[in-house]
Design a protein around this ligand. Sequence first.
Ligand SMILES: [Zn+2]
Length: 191
Amino acid sequence: MKKMTTYNTYADAANTAVRAFLTSVGEHYLGETFNTGSGSGKRIWETIKEEFDHRCAYCNKQTTLQIEHLVMFNRTEYGLHHPGNIVPTCQDCNKRQRKKVEISPERVKKVYVNWEGQLKAICKGNETNFNKRKKKIEKSIKKYNYPELSKNEENSIRVMAESLYGLIKQSGDNTNILYKELEKSFVVEKK
Ligand SMILES: [Zn+2]
């Protein structure tokens, strides 16, 4: 779960639209709505937290828990909002770590690690903890039947998420152009 932003950009709006889309797709596979804030969605989320003994799925701390999407809930990883893709984590562990990847000898890119990489980093080399927690997470993914998408399905979701992001972002940029025109007319009126 993200903190409320106090400074809003069109990119934020585009990201929100992508998450709404990934929520719809998740609900399509689930066969019902999945609002973790009320009704059956809330009950499922409460059950998942209980199954994790009200502890962070990564560091095992018993603390205030947030929703972590194992496959990241964004336009690059297109993880779905679905019970099989969410686990409870503490606030610190909910921030996905990044690693450097060498694209060419001169270029290094920072990319987000997947949930296993995140768990590995948090377990700091303790194999027993890593294996135990990994098993628990995998059990949850399986129990809640996270859909195994075909390459075609994955591709369609990716294309739609990307075009949705582009559309919203473009609308925002267009509004900025209009705003500049508006600013000019304000200046004219002042004279
Ligand atoms: Zn944690």
